[in-house]
Design a binder for this molecule. Sequence first.
Ligand SMILES: [Zn+2]
Length: 212
Amino acid sequence: MLPILLKIRLTTMAMAGWTTVAAPVPLPLDAVTLAYQARAATPVEVKLYDENLHVSATVLIDHLGNSDEATTKEIRHLFRCRVTNHERPIARRSLMMLADVAEMYEGRTIEFVSVYRVQRGESLTSPHRDGRAIDFRIRGVQLRTIRDYLWSKYTEVGVGWYPSEQFIHMDTRPTMHDTSWTFLKGKNHYNPYWAELARQPQPVLQARRGGV
Ligand SMILES: [Zn+2]
């Protein structure tokens, strides 16, 4: 015979349409907070490859985009402006997203094309100039997959798809509108179809695909 409280809880979960088995006793808030903090502070191994200079490096970045002092320096150097050799700190939120994709495609190498850019001709409003943008691809993963993953998960971002050049542009833009584009034949095409699709609720997508 189930204790009455557990029974009530199971009934409530059934009424709410829960299909997974949940712990009958909720975790204390402190334990949840601690588990979250522990995960946030756990470093992710990010394997990098500089496609211009053909240099490989592996760095540890945690789920909040932080790294230790030596690694932070190393990242600045790896992601420096290729024309001027200037370095600057890379936005923590952009590094957080980088760690996220590294974890999502664990073991894969992230080939970066361009990060910090400060040379003459770079737009004053370019997120590359601010150290907020990373152009990259991941070996063995389709660009479309990375693009849709980022766009469906994050807000206050810019995601650009460069199918001819074979990379994804990803930037963080706090407090600004999300921007998506496809770069084709020398031009940005904003609000492309893929961005609309990637953010549609799953049931709508399934219905479109004829699934259940
Ligand atoms: Zn870019």
